[in-house]
Structures are given as structure tokens and as C-alpha cells.
Design a protein around this ligand. Structure first.
Ligand SMILES: NC(=O)C1=CN([C@@H]2O[C@H](COP(=O)(O)OP(=O)(O)OC[C@H]3O[C@@H](n4cnc5c(N)ncnc54)[C@H](O)[C@@H]3O)[C@@H](O)[C@H]2O)C=CC1
Ligand SMILES: O=C(O)[C@@H]1CCC=N1
Length: 260
């Protein structure tokens, strides 16, 4: 599979790394057009994908991703669509801020163009990506889109009205968990643990607790109850978190983004 991508910033580079790490896509089969910052050129030295400045090179790929900031999506799409000149190569934008309908105003309603929201764990093929398909799409085009994204982890079809909250939970969420893990490790360092060990133990604990939830299908409250022994240490920690409004702070982080 040949994949074209505009933008090799945080998201674009995470996707490129995931495709390469999977072994399914050969590095030279990833055609990358970077911006002015030079991140794509720098990354090309170690990842060996094909770097281009020529939009015409995107005519030779199976699928094209737009992984640039929201304001750049529609201008790039306009140039790209003109260059493709009747070729219907599926396009996926990963911008949280541009809808399928807005993109279809450029491409027309029958063009295979989708909006997907990946997250940074795509770089280790453990992403959680949501996708909004256009109303009309052929099985072939949908299958090409799905193939390129399932390489990067789990893919979930999302309706247009839920893509905002999906992006907030799955796309922004890794940063919240990172802050949580950093804080857990700080607490451990405060009490004498080596920093490296603290990050490792915090990360392993968070990923194994998440896997336990996924594998058992139990309610998170039930899993929490299983850790809090009567009169034990855990309930003291949970009480301290509740005193500081941990649940409210977390709920409010999601809600603040949705209201922004
Ligand atoms: N960072 C994340 O975890 C996620 C980001 N996204 C979306 O991904 C998009 C990119 O976000 P980030 O990677 O975080 O930002 P970023 O600022 O790290 O990367 C954007 C890249 O696009 C490049 N660029 C700008 N104009 C260009 C052009 N005309 N042609 C080619 N490249 C161009 C810039 O040089 C930059 O390297 C945004 O639309 C964001 O909503 C979606 C889900 C998660
Ligand atoms: O912070 C942002 O705007 C993007 C969208 C989801 C994750 N990062």
C-alpha cells in the first residue's frame, strides 16, 4: 500500500512511525510533504520515507492523509483536488476542526473523503481512532481507508455529531493520562523512589489497570472496590483524591474542551 501524507508534525509523524513499525508499509511507499518548519526533512533522515514538494507525486498513492493544522486543511485540499484532476484517491483529514461536509464543498459529495481522529499511541500501533465516513462511499474506498488505519490500532466508526467528544476523550486524553502518570511518579520520588523506576512503575500500573477493565468488562467502580481493603491504605488515597475534587477536575477537563 502506498500512502501520501501532508504534515509530519506530532500527529503526522506518529502515523508514519506506526505504518513503518507495523512492517506492512515500506518506508519509501510513504510519500510525505512537510511544511516550513523542516520537521519532515529531519525525520526523513531516520525513517527513510519519500519526501516530496510536488503535489503531483500524490497521484501515485492509494490513500492521502491531511495531518496539518486546521487552518491549512481546506487550502491544501483545494490544491490537491485540482491536481488529482478526476482521480478519486481516498482522502482522510485528521483535523479535529474540519468536517466532512466542509471538505465536500471542495471535492463534491461523491468524493471518498473522511474525517478521522487518531491519537498519539498510533506510533506503537495501539491507537484509538474514530472515523466519520462520507454518506456515499464504495466498499473499495472504505476498505482502503480502514486498512490504512487499522494498521495503527483500533478503528471505530463515529457519527458526525459524536466526533467532537470522541476527539476530546481519545485524542486529548493521552495528555491527561501523561499528567496523571507524571504526578504519580512525582509522589513516588517525593517518597524516595528513583525517577526512572517511578515512571516505569506508574506507566505499567496504568496500562495494566486499563487492560484489566477491557478484559474483564467490569465496571471501573467494581475494580476500584477490589483494591480498597477495609481500613486499608488505598481508601485513604482515594479519600485524599476526592477531597481535592479529582473526579470533578477530570469531568471538567472534558467539559471545558467541549465548551471551547
Ligand atoms: N497531536 C495529536 O495528538 C492530534 C492531532 N490531531 C490533528 O492533527 C493535526 C496536526 O496536529 P499536530 O500534529 O499536533 O500539529 P503540529 O503543529 O505538530 O504539526 C502540523 C505540521 O503540519 C505542517 N504543515 C503546515 N502547513 C503545511 C503544508 N501546507 N503542507 C505540509 N505540511 C504542513 C507543519 O510544518 C507541522 O509540522 C491537527 O489538525 C490536529 O487537530 C488529531 C488528533 C490528535
Ligand atoms: O490539541 C489538539 O487540538 C489536538 C486535537 C486532539 C488532540 N490534539
Amino acid at each position: 500500500m502506498k500512502i501520501g501524507i501532508f504534515g509530519a508534525g506530532h500527529m503526522g509523524s506518529a502515523m508514519i512511525k506506526g505504518w513503518i513499525k507495523s512492517g506492512v508499509v515500506a518506508p519509501p511507499d510513504i510519500i510525505v510533504q512537510g511544511g516550513k518548519r523542516g520537521t519532515a526533512r529531519e525525520l526523513q533522515q531516520s525513517l527513510h520515507f519519500t519526501l516530496t514538494n510536488n503535489v503531483a507525486d500524490f497521484k501515485a498513492v492509494d490513500i492521502i492523509f491531511l495531518a496539518v493544522g486546521t487552518p491549512a486543511i481546506l487550502p491544501i485540499l483545494k490544491d490537491l483536488h485540482e491536481e488529482l484532476d478526476g482521480l478519486t484517491i481516498p482522502i482522510i483529514s485528521v483535523s479535529a476542526g474540519v468536517s466532512v461536509k466542509e471538505m465536500q464543498e471542495i471535492t463534491g459529495q461523491t468524493y471518498p473523503i473522511a474525517q478521522a481522529i487518531p491519537n498519539t499511541p498510533v506510533q506503537i500501533n495501539q491507537g484509538m481512532t474514530g472515523i466519520v465516513y462520507p454518506e456515499l462511499i464504495s466498499e473499495d474506498h472504505q476498505s482502503t481507508m480502514n486498512h490504512s488505519l487499522t494498521i495503527l490500532g483500533e478503528l471505530m466508526e463515529i457519527t458526525e455529531d459524536k466526533i467532537g467528544i470522541f476527539g476530546t476523550l481519545a485524542g486529548c486524553g493521552p495528555a491527561f493520562v501523561d499528567v496523571f502518570m507524571e504526578s504519580l511518579a512525582d509522589g513516588a520520588v517525593l517518597n524516595g523512589m528513583d525517577r526512572d523506576m517511578a515512571y516505569h512503575v506508574a506507566a505499567k500500573m496504568v496500562s495494566s489497570a486499563a487492560n484489566l477493565l477491557l478484559e474483564t468488562g467490569k465496571h471501573p467502580g467494581e475494580l476500584k472496590d477490589g483494591v480498597t481493603s477495609p481500613g486499608g491504605t488505598t481508601i485513604k488515597g482515594v479519600t485524599a483524591l476526592e477531597k481535592e475534587g479529582f473526579r470533578y477536575a477530570t469531568i471538567n477537563a472534558i467539559d471545558t474542551i467541549m465548551k471551547s
